[in-house]
Design a protein around this ligand. Structure first.
Ligand code: ADP
Length: 270
């Protein structure tokens, strides 16, 4: 009677506890595996530009009496070292995001200003390819979150739109309010993304056809940063693309990620 009921009640509890511990261990192991994977990928990705710089340094030495060749090799060294510093900067950014580093206090982020900064950041690359970058949308949109992260996310999307577009094309950034959310869309008329790659482009270091994209100096980390920023703000990132016609990336962010203690500061009626 009594003892049976008791065991029957206790056993599932114990079992649940064991299960919870097992699940915890599994998650821990998975996190550990992801981290190991990341370190392995990082080492691999860093070795490429470092190796190239080393070879180019040797080439410069060998070509000492050919000034034209020296200039050429030196130029390539600059390109490779720029790539290397971009890679290091993005790796630091990504690992900070993954560590959920609560360094920053959330603030009201002015979306117009973030878009304007992103457009400015890509202005030189756009001008070099005669690409027009326009922005339009609702003024006064705000999101409660990290200024730095949201800025980085929008900048990455605009930089990609420019990098993967042909000469003379157009990039448009649109912002709008969607209920309690803000949508930022970056539309390009660029090379587009093959259907078989579209699910993978948000993975770290994933690049469609890396050989062809070598000249863009891409790291394959930009979109993983965007994805993390979306996640830490309780939003999401989606993509629509037709190969050869263009892509649209839409970043959706709630005005407020959570109605925590800061919810009294709401400035936007929802
Ligand atoms: P990368 O530094 O190589 O641009 P990302 O993580 O930002 O890395 O993007 C991953 C890959 O997705 C890119 O290498 C490119 O193949 C593809 N991609 C991203 N944005 C676009 C776009 N707007 N148009 C076409 N392809 C894109």
């Amino acid at each position: 009677g009594f003892t049976r009921t008791l065991t029957a009640r206790v056993a599932p509890l114990g079992a649940r506890l064991v299960l919870a511990l097992v699940e915890d261990r599994t998650r821990e192991r998975r996190v550990e595996a992801v981290r190991r994977d990341f370190v392995a990928n990082v080492s691999h990705e860093l070795k490429t530009p470092v190796g190239a710089i080393r070879l180019l340094a040797e080439a410069v030495t060998d070509a000492a009496d050919d000034p034209e060749a020296v200039q050429r090799f030196a130029g390539r060294m600059r390109t490779e070292s720029d790539r290397l510093s971009k890679l290091v900067q993005q790796i630091i950014e990504l690992s900070r995001l993954q560590g959920n580093d609560p360094l920053e206090t959330p603030v009201m982020v002015d979306i117009d200003a973030a878009v304007a900064t992103a457009v400015d950041t890509s202005a030189m690359e756009a001008a070099a390819k005669n690409i027009t970058v326009d922005s339009r949308g609702e003024p006064g949109l705000e999101v409660f979150g990290s200024q730095e992260q949201i800025g980085a996310a929008i900048s990455n999307l605009v930089a990609n739109a420019v990098a993967y577009s042909n000469e003379g094309s157009r990039v448009v950034v649109t912002t709008r309010a969607e209920g309690a959310k803000v949508q930022i869309s970056v539309v390009d008329q660029g090379i587009g993304i093959p259907a078989e790659d579209i699910d993978r482009i948000f993975e770290r270091f994933y690049r469609v056809d890396p050989a062809r994209h070598r000249s863009t100096g891409g790291t394959g980390l930009g979109l993983s940063i965007v994805k993390h920023v979306a996640a830490t703000h309780g939003g999401d990132i989606s993509v629509w693309s037709v190969q050869g016609q263009g892509s649209t990336f839409t970043l959706t962010l709630p005005h407020h990620a959570e109605p925590g203690p800061g919810s009294g500061q709401t400035t936007t009626p929802v």
